[in-house]
Write a protein that binds this ligand. Structure first.
Ligand code: 2AM
Length: 182
């Protein structure tokens, strides 16, 4: 039997951003109840692929390396809920153009290579709580500022206590021309 891996492309925060996001998640969770996501698993999905034969992962790496994206700033200032309020997330007021371009570029490149990806429009969000019992506040206070300079390929190991994630590749997003670093 071919080994299969559950994989997706995502923005993966560094430790400082993960800590800030987790702080926001805890404050929101105090209002919503439910299951708080682990600090080391917080992420923003760019393109979800699901189960793939392990042999296809190399093609995903090549595809990622061929993407031409740019670094951008993401301000996670809004909160909301989906699935009858059970999934609570944080996201930007509007996705920065470089983020939308990266997600759409990945989806297009994946489809061109025969991978099945979601047809629904990209909705930038970081899931913070599952099985929420009450609605979140509409805003993340203070907002979480995330300077995004890379994207990642992530493998998810689904267990009885939720998913654990393993970053299996990272690719830089260079600063736009004329932008000072930092
Ligand atoms: P979620 O956080 O909104 O649940 C790993 O499972 C990541 O991929 C999660 O961020 C999850 O989004 C997303 N994901 C899981 N299943 C998906 C699907 N069928 N389509 C799109 N995204 C999915």
């Amino acid at each position: 039997m071919t080994e299969r891996q559950r994989v997706f492309f995502a923005l993966w925060p560094d430790a400082a951003v993960a800590a800030a996001l987790y702080g926001a998640a805890r404050r929101i969770h105090a209002q919503t109840g439910g299951r708080l996501m682990r600090r080391d698993g917080l992420h923003l999905t760019l393109a979800f692929l699901g189960e793939q034969p392990a042999g296809r992962v190399e093609a995903l790496r090549r595809l990622a390396a061929s993407m031409t994206g740019e670094a951008f700033e993401l301000l996670l200032s809004h909160a909301g809920a989906w699935q009858r309020g059970r999934i609570v997330w944080s996201g930007p007021g509007a996705a920065p153009p470089a983020l939308a371009a990266l997600a759409e570029g990945l989806a297009g490149a994946l489809r061109a290579q025969g991978f099945e990806v979601e047809r629904r429009p990209f909705a930038a969000h970081v899931t913070l709580v599952r099985n929420a019992l009450a609605p979140p506040p509409p805003e993340v206070e203070p907002p979480v500022r995330w300077l995004v300079g890379e994207f990642a390929l992530v493998r998810s190991h689904v267990g009885t206590d939720g998913a654990r994630y393993e970053v299996i590749g990272r690719w830089p997003l260079p600063a736009p021309d004329g932008d000072a670093a930092g």
